[in-house]
Design a protein around this ligand. Structure first.
Ligand code: BG6
Length: 495
């Protein structure tokens, strides 16, 4: 059944709306999840007309529509209202438009509000939505909110308080777009539909877990935001810890929102609050310097436009988390993430403990790799016997990669998340208790870094981060399993 709903986008002229949100809605339209009974109100400061807004929407769809008529029909559901978030009168006209469209499109009062603009306005908007009765108790009313959810625990708590005056926790959908990714969802299947992994998913068999979110791009045009944020807040407080929670959670009693959330929250609330001394050792920060990879020179972060001259912002972070549940006590969860690394790649390596060695020769540890992007799939690194008269143990990789076709058809993260929000399923969104627990820990690392008690290392653009991030694992008697830079070095494409 196609949904009946009115969307209101705050930040309708923004980059995210054009790059992700309109195409995501269009995919839902194309697959029949949205049909006649939906409309979209776009709001932003700019004085656009409906016609111009429709053009913007159509342009954002690129090659997705089958024909121009289909694109135009879709865009005809879009309405625009120029809006100053602080002006009460504007909310009154928004309310009027909302009521008209609800009648015209028979949306039964169902509403989804999407905030994708500067976070300092989130609270004001929520307040006005309530006071001007845009949130009026008719139909379902859901608020989707983009990151960042606060910039530390204090601002997150304040924002949450403001939102809670208009919306209950179960109406708030905090986006973490990684949770919409196909292979992140697939972790549930891998873990809970395969007894071979399910049995072994604990500190009894797992040595350590390594999460890499590498990006080859620099800060692009986002330095204004990024320079005030840095890798820890941009990627770790949210995406990394969310992914970690799915890897570390206990098996939910049933595969539903309530049970999954309960288990995830347990992970967040059991993140070890390491001593300051340990946090200094177990978290590393870095900033990219100029570098050359693949015959291309890249400038350093400090020379990027809009980055402050003496910026201490980290473009790379690595660290070690512990989850003090019975299942994972004392298993290090290593992560690293950064801009201008060797190549774009998000993957998880689960390193299993060695078995008792009866062979009198060395052999490698088993490793399960989950490829999240750009490749999607798994591989299992095991040991076999080399063909021949001698008994030599040799590593073998069992690999499964999604076909190009499956990857092309896999839903975009935003499409999946919009679909879930339409269905009132908040499994793949961040719960307040998760956000709160992650800020409580991240704030402590931020403070140590701000106080300059931990060095800010540099790393040449194109590499996998500073040496300190490698030393961090050495201290645990292990090393990073994935080395994309080696290939470039062997081919003389990286010094
Ligand atoms: C965003 C960060 O949340 O995630 C960006 O703000 C980062 O800095 C992006 O580039 C990475 O997402 P993806 O889906 O491209 O891996």
């Amino acid at each position: 059944m196609p949904a009946k709903v009115l969307f209101t986008f705050f930040g309708a002229s923004g980059d995210l709306a054009k790059r992700k949100l309109y195409p995501a809605l269009f995919r839902l339209y194309k697959s029949g999840h949205l049909a006649e009974n939906f409309a979209v109100i776009g709001t932003a400061r700019r004085p656009w007309t409906k016609e111009y807004f429709e053009e913007v929407v159509i342009e954002s769809l690129g090659e997705l529509p089958d024909n121009p008529r289909q694109a135009a029909e879709f865009a005809s559901h879009f309405y625009y209202q120029s809006h100053d978030v602080n002006d009460t009168a504007h909310y009154q006209s928004l309310k009027k438009l909302q009521d008209e469209l609800a009648e015209q499109y028979f949306t039964e009062g169902n509403k989804i509000f999407f905030l994708s603009m500067a976070p300092e306005f989130f609270g004001t908007i929520a307040k006005h939505l309530k006071s001007e009765q845009i949130v009026d108790g008719q139909g379902f009313e859901r608020l989707i909110i983009e990151k960042p959810f606060g910039t530390d625990l204090e601002t997150a708590e304040q924002l949450n308080q403001e939102l809670s005056e208009a919306f209950d926790e179960n109406q708030i959908y905090r986006i973490d777009h990684y949770l919409g990714k196909e292979m992140v969802q697939n972790i549930f299947a891998v873990r809970f539909a395969n007894p071979i992994f399910e049995q072994m998913w604990s500190n009894q068999y797992i040595d350590n877990i390594q999460i890499t979110f590498a990006e080859s791009i620099g800060v692009e045009e986002r330095a204004g935001y990024y320079d005030t944020s840095g890798a820890l807040k941009d990627m770790v407080q949210n995406h990394t810890l969310q992914l970690l929670s799915i890897l570390a959670m206990d098996k939910p009693e049933t595969f539903d929102e309530h049970a999954i959330r309960q288990e995830k929250i347990k992970v967040f609330e059991n993140l070890r609050h390491q001593s300051d001394e340990d946090l200094k050792k177990n978290f590393v920060r870095g900033q990219y310097a100029a570098g050359r990879i693949n015959k291309h020179d890249y400038i350093g972060y400090l020379d990027e436009p809009n980055v402050s001259e003496n910026s201490q912002t980290e473009t790379f972070a690595a660290g070690t988390f512990f989850v003090d549940t019975e299942r994972f006590k004392n298993v290090p969860f290593f992560f690293r993430t950064g801009k201008r690394m060797t190549e774009k790649g998000t993957r998880v390596n689960i390193i299993f403990k060695p078995t008792e060695n009866i062979f009198g020769q060395e052999f490698e540890q088993n490793v399960l790799t989950i490829y999240i992007q750009p490749t999607e799939g798994f591989s299992l690194h095991i040991n076999g016997k080399q063909v021949g008269t001698d008994f030599n143990i040799t590593p073998v990789d069992l690999k499964f990669r999604h076909s190009g076709q499956a990857t092309a058809n896999s839903p975009e993260a935003y499409e999946k998340l919009m679909f879930d929000a339409l269905n009132g399923d908040s499994t793949n969104f961040s719960h307040w208790r998760e956000v709160k627990a992650s800020w409580a820990l991240i704030d402590r690392v931020v403070k140590l870094w701000k106080d300059n008690t931990v060095p800010l290392h540099t790393y040449p653009a194109g590499t996998m981060g500073p040496q300190a991030a490698f030393d961090m694992l050495e201290a645990f008697d292990t090393q990073w399993y994935w080395h994309p830079d080696e290939w470039y070095r062997e081919h003389g494409l990286l010094d």
